[in-house]
Design a protein. Sequence first.
Length: 329
Amino acid sequence: MITRRCALAGLALLPAASARAQHPSFPDRPLTMIVPFPPGGPADIFGRRLAEGMAKPLGKPVVVENKDDRSVVSALDLVAKASIDAHIMAITSASTSAIMPSVLSNTPFDPITPYDPTRDLAPIILVARVQEVLVVNAKLGISDLKTLIARLKAAPGKFSFGSAGVASITHLAMELFERETGTKALHVPYRGAAPATADLIAGQVQMAILDLPVVLPHVRSGALKAIAVTSDRRAALLPDVPTMRELGYPRVNSDNWYGLVSPRTSIRANRDRLHAAAAEALQSQALIDAYAAVGGIAGGGTAEDFARFERRETEKWTQLIRVANIRFD
């Protein structure tokens, strides 16, 4: 009789247990999304729109916390060390995940990053891709890639290119361009894309590969000439500009990108909930339009897709960093 009563009691509890399994307590409080970039830029816009979109399916607010880009290492280390707590996540980028750790490890007097992106941070989803464009000062009178390469080869080291800084993706993209085209130009690093663009327009440097949103207004005004898009496909906002792939240089591919990560030690089921919420948000037409307005292409896919993408990007840039001996001076 006791056994029968216990069995019946157990059966009575099954619906409640099933309900708890289908509606886990995570998240049980507001979540934090670290954006290791200043407010107002594309990364901040991508993060904030994603946070807004994730709040509804998660049933809790997602609070965005900006960090200055000079403290990006400590910001991501904070997330990496957050143990099992998936209530904290971060927006990462090509620079922070695939480039910076390799550059720091290639620089003897700089400490290696305290976190390992592969070991300590779990990929959740690819958030956005931002196409980059090879541009020249319009006053040069160069209108196509063939002419640009010929001019560079005729005067090696005489042309200069601007970048958003040493080891930025805009720097590495030009290093990749030089190696694939057999050309050489002088690198002039700046503290960000804005001053690099200003000097490019002024003629202090002659060329650059920069994010589409940064150069688009100046291409439209005629101050800059867009030579090629360094992506697999043409930019919707510059449909007449060919890709480097179309022009015979498929390896010159340097899309900037942003992703969502959480602590590797966080509970897998909780990370799955973050992924489901992010995937739902990224399918929203309002979010897609908001990203497109700043030159972003909304991401998606599985966590495994993002992990494979990160590995490919890391391998590509790490190889270039070592071959070109790129390090912080």
